[in-house]
Design a protein around this ligand. Structure first.
Ligand SMILES: *Cc1c(COP(=O)(O)O)cnc(C)c1O
Length: 406
């Protein structure tokens, strides 16, 4: 087999039949400029040093690899370790690629960053790094999302960002993406579009996978120090796929390590079930081209993107990164899904056993660990990525636990 670690960051942006750059003509030069700047910076020791400094002193890296001793005992099988990305500044792994792209934008002389956000988490991380790096920030949100996520709008504005509610279309993420792209086309000179996961046209998947790969690099050192060997399993939740790529990338060529990506099973994934509503692309999705790249998407029979659902806003997306689609196709990774009810149980269990609130996204990974660990011998080691902390889920959780906050 070829060197997968290298292949996943290859300069063509094609991964088997996935990836590519399916964008309007006017966006091509902008993507080419970004691509060139990225591959140059990646080789530049000064850029790497600046980024390492921000990771360490601004975001608090390395994040801990924590042995979940109580959870391990409770489940009675493999040893469970948690990579705690929730302890990053802003509470999730998203800051990793935001800092990377922010530095890159600065280097390219961009004075302004735009982003689109659904739940607000990506907007918040973007607004944060713009404040820190002294770059103007505009965040587009579908008008419906804007209303649903007012606390995040509040925080973004405190950071100096302009948050714009998009009133067109269904007033959700897709409409915000379209508006952001129009903005980019009309301001190609001084603006960088900061995309928040390993999706979109080349070079975004490569670039964000590279910036996130710090997660797996740290895990390799930390797990060897703590157990004297490499892990047997890696588990991560998958929205667009950035935290999963982050954990998996460094280990792709360690053939004995199994990797599992967990999608949002929502209320159920069976099409003829009344409750069916989810974001499990590898369960019922198919190959297609949308939003600038080729990958797996949830589509209706006419090939239109289907609307998705998940208890966790970060996994509620109809596409998945092209590198993930490729790794699944060649069977380097496995995928599974967790239902909302399993996710809530996982959330509760981690809080009770370890005193840690995981984000609802990350709780999908924990739900998989709960199924997997008891089936394995005690000498096996599982590492899961706790992509974020749970504070942000206060409003969803208080409703689920019937707790009236007001
Ligand atoms: C956004 C988000 C995700 C999903 O995004 P990926 O690109 O799949 O990682 C997962 N966890 C948390 C905490 C998030 O904020």
């Amino acid at each position: 087999m070829k060197n997968l670690k290298k292949y996943i960051l290859n300069k063509s942006g094609h991964f088997g039949k996935y990836g590519g750059r399916y964008v309007p003509e006017m966006l091509i030069p902008i993507m080419e400029e970004l691509e060139e700047a990225f591959y140059e910076s990646k080789k530049d020791p000064l850029f790497k040093k600046e980024l390492a400094n921000l990771y360490k002193n601004y975001s608090g890296r390395p994040t801990p690899l924590y042995f979940c001793e109580n959870l391990t005992k409770k489940l009675g099988g493999a040893k469970i370790f948690m990579k705690n990305e929730g302890l990053n500044h802003t509470g999730a792994h998203k800051i990793n690629h935001c800092l990377g792209q922010g530095l890159l934008a600065k280097r390219m002389g961009k004075k302004r960053i735009i982003a689109e956000t659904g739940a607000g988490q990506h907007g918040l991380a973007t607004a944060t790094i713009c404040a820190k790096l002294g770059i103007l920030c505009t965040v587009y949100m579908g008008a419906k999302d804007y209303k649903r996520q007012l606390p995040n709008v509040f925080w973004m504005e405190r950071l100096g960002a302009e948050v714009i509610a998009v009133e067109t279309g269904g007033q959700i993420l897709r409409d915000a993406i379209n508006t952001a792209l129009k903005d980019l086309i009309s301001n190609p000179e001084g603006t960088h579009y900061l995309l928040g996961t390993v999706c979109g046209p080349h070079p975004y998947p490569v670039m964000n996978a590279y910036f996130q790969s710090i997660v797996g690099k740290e895990v390799r050192k930390q797990i060897i120090k703590q157990t004297g060997k490499l892990p047997d399993y890696l588990v991560a939740c998958m929205g667009g796929g950035s935290n999963a790529m982050g954990l998996f990338h460094d280990f792709l060529d360690d053939k004995n390590i199994k990797m599992i990506g967990v999608e949002a099973g929502g209320k159920g994934i069976h099409e003829n079930d009344k409750k069916c509503d989810h974001a499990a692309r590898f369960q019922t999705g198919k190959t297609g081209v949308a939003e600038g790249f080729k990958s797996y998407f949830l589509q209706d029979k006419d090939g239109q993107l289907k609307s998705t659902y998940s208890i966790s806003a970060g996994l509620d997306y109809s596409g998945i990164g092209p590198q993930i689609a490729y790794l699944k196709e060649i069977n380097r990774i496995e995928t599974s899904y967790a239902l909302d009810e399993e996710v809530l149980e996982a959330y509760k269990l981690l809080a009770k056993e370890e005193g840690i609130f995981a984000a609802l996204e990350s709780s999908h990974a924990i739900a998989e660990v709960i199924k997997l660990a008891p089936t394995l011998q005690k000498d096996k080691v599982i590492v899961f990525n706790c992509s974020g902390r749970g504070d942000k889920d206060l409003f969803i959780l208080s409703e689920k636990f019937n707790f009236n906050l007001s």
